[in-house]
Write a protein that binds this ligand. Structure first.
Ligand code: ACO
Length: 188
């Protein structure tokens, strides 16, 4: 079962042997979590746990749009990324697209799959009525996102909680960073 209707997607620009499609409820068996592990720790999930996550996304309609590149010949997911659509009070209840968790399996990197996913999700955000699409990334990945049509704006701030708090740098590590320029008035 697809997490969103495939008809929402723009035409695929992938080679004929690859498929651009919404995540399926069965993609746990096709290596979805292996792909994500190139990005961040991705502990194994049982089929029941995976299904519970999928169900929680399906319970929030018009919000989660997880997209994958599937290789029928290897029966594997090669790459994935998700669009999350946020409803705002500002801009008359405008919509903002957030691109999250872009990951391409190690052996498939550098073949254009990441760009296909990000460009497709940005087009999807536009077609769903979002007035902008944003994402956070490392400095190293800025050139990649520029090639996908994005440009750099603002800074990312983060606060970790619970066990994840150990990912947070110590204050001494952050205080040596160059002070950013004063904020400009927000234009959201
Ligand atoms: N620096 C400069 N250029 C780059 C970089 C980079 N780090 N990465 C890709 N590019 C360029 C490519 O050369 C290519 O240029 P071209 O169109 O002129 O030929 C273009 O960007 C598209 O590259 P792809 O082949 O589509 O990149 P790929 O499929 O390898 O995907 C990605 C890039 C997603 C960064 C992948 O390498 C990856 O999964 N990395 C590990 C996980 C990661 O960092 N994910 C991004 C997290 S940020 C987020 O999720 C919002």
């Amino acid at each position: 079962m697809s997490l969103f209707p495939p008809s929402l997607l723009p035409p695929s620009t992938l080679p004929d042997d690859l498929v651009l499609r919404p995540l399926h409820t069965e993609d746990l068996q096709l290596g979805h979590l292996d792909v994500l592990s190139v990005l961040s720790p991705t502990p194994a999930l049982s089929p029941a746990q995976y299904t519970a996550i999928v169900q929680s996304m399906l319970a929030r309609p018009d919000t989660y749009y997880p997209l994958v590149v599937f290789s029928p010949s290897s029966n594997k997911i090669l790459a994935c990324a998700t669009l999350i659509v946020e409803r705002k009070f500002l801009r008359g209840g405008g919509l903002v697209g957030h691109i999250e968790d872009v990951a391409v399996s190690q052996l498939a990197q550098g073949k254009g799959l990441g760009k296909v996913l990000v460009v497709a999700l940005a087009r999807l955000a536009e077609s769903l009525g979002c007035y902008k699409c944003i994402l956070d990334c490392s400095q190293d990945n800025i050139p990649f996102y520029e090639k996908c049509g994005f440009y750099q704006k603002e800074y990312e701030m983060v606060q970790y909680f619970g066990a994840a708090k150990k990912s947070q740098p110590t204050p001494s590590a952050t205080s040596t960073a160059a002070a950013p320029e004063p904020s400009k008035p927000a234009n959201l």
